[in-house]
Design a binder for this molecule. Sequence first.
Ligand code: NAD
Length: 452
Amino acid sequence: MGKRTAFDKYLAQLEKAAKVLDLDPRIYARLQVQARLVRGTVRIEMDDGSFKEFPVYRCQHNHARGPTQGGTRFDLAVCESEIKFLAAMMTMKNAIDDIMHGGGKGGIRVDKFALSMGERERLCRGYIRTIAPWIGPRVDGPAPDVGTGAQEMAWFLDEYERIIGGEHCFAAFTGKPVVLGGSLGRSDATALGAVYATEAMMNKLGLKGQQTVAIQGFGNAGDFYAKLMKDRGHTIISVSDRSGTISDPSGFDLYDLHNFCHDESGKKIRKVTEYPRWDRSIDPLRVALSADIFAPAAFEDLIDAHMARELQSKFIVELANGPCTEEADEILAGRGIPVIPDIYASGGGVRVSAAEKIQGLENQKWPANRVHTWLKDQMFKAFDDLKKTKERYQLRSLREAAMVFAVGAVAEAMAWRGGFEYKYGETIDVPTVTVYKDLSSKGPKLVHRKSA
Ligand code: NAD
């Protein structure tokens, strides 16, 4: 048997939810495939005059609850299975938040750090030329993900507006720079959403006052989460990054730690293990595993069976996508350690993306506190929905409840729509798009958008 792909993991979770919900087989079959996958190759002229090719994808998993929406990953591990998996999970994330969006995801197999700014811009423009006929605010909206950010979204927007004939279309992309219609409150949205999820769980467990917190991964999500939790009076006793774990049972001075690890622009310049002010007489991992709250904010499968057996935390809040192995998940459920699942806990960015899209459609700018209130209301409401779903179906974990709730919401929309014989399983292969160094003289031709 071949290695289980990321998409296989989604199918396993879907199967469990389908059984609990006694799902109509036609709906179940449609949720097992994407609505549409666009594949192609972008060929760019490199700065030295040579040409390089990059495989590109954009997947729209399900449109029943509205236009698909989701990030764009630039990474060497990008493949069709991963993009289909991430798009499917976006369908579920949006459904949990009761956002009227389906799930989408895109990606390019590339080491973006090996490209110059000019090469990166050409790749972004080529990507949009490949997928333009199948995106737009009412069809599918790309956003940032691993390896992309505001700069990529700005190039996407600019290219898209050129292709559609100069019409402004801020709502076509989210995660844009604030001066180009990006939303205030976006940079720390994932972490803030996870903080609200943490508070909702503390309420449920009757936990009051200061808690100790360990954070696995001190990147974008983990660093903001640490700061926000510290601002709320909690004690950060352990952080880790790729170099290892450091701990201090009396709590870190986070501002000092952040400033040590980052330069003035916020770029990470030092490993956490180089930080001189931590207690080297203790076992840092043991301290981390004893924290009241354990927050994985690094990558997949870092909480394995061994760690799941050793953890002493009151609960886990998953900022990272898929941080627990399937085995670890079983062990934690068996030990009664609650896990706030990734598809809910790490959804702050998705929620603020939806707010950005509304601002784009209305040509408005919301103040940051309106964005935060919107996010907070949704996080607490969604937690309540998951709790009720867990009780109603007598499920073992909030992860199962999240999937059952989301699949139920999407299935209900599909049932009302009917039309099961079409709209699913489409794959579109686009001929190679070439982008030359002189962008202006080789601009795109107008494309006529096909209906979704
Ligand atoms: P990032 O690259 O900024 O940070 C990742 C951090 O994990 C780095 O500090 C890295 O050193 C650390 N790390 C890597 N391997 C590790 C290991 N073995 N042990 C401990 N730490 C390790 O990425 P990010 O944007 O913060 O994303 C982190 C996770 O959160 C990912 O799973 C991502 O999909 C998820 N997420 C992020 C966002 C967001 O808005 N940034 C939104 C939703 C989900």
